[in-house]
Ligand binder design. Structure first.
Ligand code: SAM
Ligand code: SF4
Length: 326
């Protein structure tokens, strides 16, 4: 069992397959000149499987693949297949632009639910946010997934003055489709020019939605990062990820593994543990993993508090989101 000094059991591993991506979301990738990690620096498929098996032996029950964009990796299909044999709850977070090449693999690996990031329902704004004209691809792939019976969660990072006026359009999506729309508070990472003026808190989001819809809270698992709501007559649900204004650290069960094989015991941790280096040098993975989890800070990587108005993003020590794996 993986437990930290604050008595939290960790059984959910998020593995980043690459820091590479075919989009350029400004809140995630610091700039167009960002240098992706060289391939040999990344965990290779056999290394990913071996590391994942070690985590499963230590009690991990759920694995999510992420990135960068996990589906730009050439060997993504093989990695998905091999992890599908572990008997864990396997899932993936993707920008949705390349899903059409992986529908069969996702199904045979036992993946039932896919998180897709989509911050706007307008083609021009999609291009503004991501730097690429691929809105139609995401739309087509969402339809393809729904047709095949996958559950979809749409991740929407809400940024003031950019897409906050589109929230009601996203809510409407849940009327006739089995989609959970998750509104995410904008978070600070290296190079993403975050400041608190751009943050829309979930209380502000509720103010926008509540006059139009009655939101019925849905009970969720203790470790859930989202606050879920149902709307009468809607097939889908709404959710809010409130990291900045109402952090959920006290029930955190998450472990992150970067594409270059470093354990991050928190999304905001300043320190990392070199698991891939330990594997390659024949060291003790279990001891390293246990120590990394034990050392986890009580909240927000020990770097800031929920008093978000006072955060100076320039003083935070972290990677950019694309190099962590969200
Ligand atoms: N490429 C995939 C995707 O876009 O879904 C997976 C990786 S992405 C880093 C994982 C999630 O992190 C996405 O839902 C993205 O919207 C979210 N994310 C990235 N930067 C963020 C930020 N600064 N604040 C909040 N969420 C962020
Ligand atoms: Fe790529 Fe996802 Fe980051 Fe956008 S959020 S740049 S799609 S990794």
């Amino acid at each position: 069992m993986l437990i930290d000094q604050h008595h939290r059991i960790h059984d959910y591993l998020r593995i980043s397959l690459t820091d590479n991506c075919n989009l350029r979301c400004f809140y995630c990738m610091p700039n167009e000149d960002y240098h992706f990690m060289p391939h040999q620096q990344l965990m290779q498929p056999d290394e990913i499987l071996s590391i994942a098996k070690t985590f499963v032996a230590l009690g991990v029950k759920k694995i999510r693949l992420t990135g960068g964009e996990p589906l730009v990796r050439k060997d993504a299909a093989a990695i998905i297949q091999s992890l599908g044999s572990l008997g864990v709850d396997l899932s993936i977070t993707t920008n949705g632009t390349r899903l059409e090449y992986f529908l069969k693999e996702l199904q045979t690996a036992g993946i039932k639910s896919v998180n897709i990031s989509l911050d706007t329902l307008q083609r021009e704004k999609f291009q503004l946010i991501t730097g690429r004209d691929l809105f139609h691809k995401v739309q087509e792939n969402i339809a393809a997934l729904l047709k095949r019976g996958f559950r979809i969660k749409l991740n929407v990072v809400v940024v003031k003055g950019l897409n906050d006026q589109e929230m009601m359009d996203f809510v409407k999506l849940t009327k006739d489709q089995f989609i959970t729309v998750r509104f995410i508070e904008f978070m600070p990472f290296d190079g993403n020019k975050w400041n608190s003026d751009k943050l829309v808190t979930w209380q502000e989001m509720l103010q926008q939605i509540s006059p139009h819809y009655l939101l019925n809270p849905i009970a969720t698992a203790a470790n859930d990062t989202s606050k879920y709501f149902a709307i009468d007559g809607h097939q889908g649900n709404l959710a809010f990820i409130t990291t900045m204004s109402a952090p959920f650290c006290s029930t955190c069960n998450r472990i992150r593994l970067t594409a270059d094989g470093k354990i991050k015991n928190c999304l905001f941790s300043a320190s990392e543990s070199d698991l891939l280096g330990t594997l390659r040098s024949g060291g003790d993975l279990t001891a390293l993993i246990k120590a990394a989890i034990w050392d986890k800070h009580a909240a927000l990587g020990g770097q800031f508090s929920k008093d978000f108005e006072n955060i100076d993003a320039n003083t935070l020590h972290n990677r950019s989101m694309i190099a962590i794996g969200g």
